[in-house]
Design a protein around this ligand. Structure first.
Ligand code: ATP
Length: 133
């Protein structure tokens, strides 16, 4: 089967390396489905799940921003943070979500805090969605 080499790297080091027949990411410009032989590109990512498909198996990772770099035989995700579902601490994500919601309720006059809280909330929801919590 024709596959892509895939790797997910964060500032803390590699999080995942493997192969996939199809990679799906949510770029800022929209959903991107990447098959082997795709034209090279670099695109900024949203806070979302990344999907690696192999036959009936789909591996999901929670990715917080960063970039996808596509080459014909390889996809590299350079993320600010990335976690496999099994590495997600649900209680931590729930606490982060609650903190962010409280800040959003308080920080209406302060745009910087508001934006930071919005992003923190998105990260927490992305992590919880991925674990199905
Ligand atoms: P928190 O407020 O709980 O730190 P955060 O969204 O601000 O959440 P990040 O700055 O995105 O955290 O990530 C910092 C580091 O902690 C990264 O290595 C990330 O993978 C890890 N991390 C954050 N939240 C979780 C979680 N719920 N479970 C596992 N790892 C997490």
């Amino acid at each position: 089967m024709n596959t892509l080499k895939v790797s997910v790297v964060t500032p803390d080091g590699p999080v995942y390396e493997g192969e996939a027949e199809l990679v799906s990411v949510k770029a800022k410009s929209g959903e991107l489905g990447i098959l082997p032989g795709h034209i090279p590109l670099v695109a900024p990512l949203t806070i979302n799940a990344v999907r690696f498909k192999n036959g009936a198996d789909t591996l999901l990772l929670a990715v917080s921003g960063g970039f996808v770099e596509v080459r014909p035989k390889q996809v590299t995700i350079l993320a600010e943070s990335a976690e496999l579902p099994s590495d997600i601490d649900v209680e931590r994500a729930r606490a982060a979500k609650e903190r962010a919601e409280q800040r959003l309720n308080q920080a209406k006059q302060d745009n910087v805090d508001f934006r930071r809280a919005e992003l923190a909330l998105k990260r927490a929801i992305n992590r919880l969605d991925l674990t199905g919590k």
